[in-house]
Design a protein around this ligand. Structure first.
Ligand SMILES: [Zn+2]
Length: 262
């Protein structure tokens, strides 16, 4: 019953709201990694973006005026993660706050153990547990083109949000019933230990060494790689790639692999 109501509500939103063609094309052009998506995937992504933008506020901070193009660019990258999942994974928060540049957070938050955290270093983005996603527009813009930046801020922060659906961002998101938590944790633990060892011995890793910060950051950084440079993840950590493909219900490396037929 609830699913039927949800479906009806979503159909109503899609009937009354739309992303204009020119705006959609401009936003897709700003995100080169979308070039390998099929027309069907892009059409579904566009619908999910409409639903996302209906459900979430994207609010400028420190005088930053968020343009329709900026809203769309943010929505697309957030929705790439849930292209084959349910948008409900983004339940529990209402807003995305966009600063013009890096920001120093003036908030404190308490983790599940009751420890209060405060961050006083400038940040490009932050996903707050049960709170908003906060982003720097300058860094969103700089990381839209993966080939240039080798990072993607929006995918990173929304991967944290998904991870936080079942508590802290610990690198283990809420898995569907057909996936084994033990297998996920064992795979991630092994890959994380290997990556930390490589970073510690000063190896120049193709994957951002920031992933060695914590299991939560490892999941968020590897999610960026999974969506924006999937062949790198499949080649570096094939077991992680397989778990991610099952979790996100996508196989982006098959999209990115050159097809011999073409
Ligand atoms: Zn992070």
């Amino acid at each position: 019953m609830f699913d039927a109501l949800k479906r009806l509500r979503r159909q109503r939103v899609l009937r009354k709201s739309a992303l204009p063609d020119a705006l959609w094309s401009d936003a897709c052009r700003a995100l080169p990694f979308l070039a390998s998506y099929t027309p069907d995937e892009l059409a579904r992504l566009r619908d999910i973006c409409v639903l996302f933008l209906d459900a979430k506020g994207i609010i400028g901070a420190q005088g930053h005026a968020v343009t329709p193009l900026q809203r769309t660019i943010i929505a697309i990258q957030a929705c790439v993660l849930v292209l084959n999942l349910d948008l409900d994974l983004y339940e529990g928060f209402e807003n995305i706050v966009v600063y013009p540049d890096e920001f120093i957070p003036d908030w404190e938050w308490e983790d599940e153990a009751g420890v209060v955290h405060r961050n006083d270093a400038p940040l490009a983005g932050e996903a707050m547990p049960r709170g908003p996603v906060v982003l720097s527009w300058r860094d969103i813009e700089a990381s839209a083109d993966w080939d240039r930046a080798q990072m993607n801020l929006v995918i990173h922060e929304f991967a944290h949000k998904i991870d936080m659906q079942d508590g802290d961002a610990n690198g283990c998101p809420p898995l569907p019933g057909d996936m084994s938590g033990d297998a996920w944790r064992a795979t991630m633990r092994g890959a994380y230990a290997d990556f930390c060892k490589r970073v510690a011995r000063g190896e120049r890793t193709a994957i951002d060494p920031y992933a060695a910060e914590s299991p939560g950051e490892f999941f968020a950084v590897l999610s960026e790689v999974f969506f924006a440079e999937p062949l790198l993840l499949r080649c570096s950590y094939p077991e992680v790639y397989r778990e991610f493909a099952r979790f996100y219900r996508q196989d982006p490396a098959s999209r990115a692999a050159p097809s011999p037929a073409r």
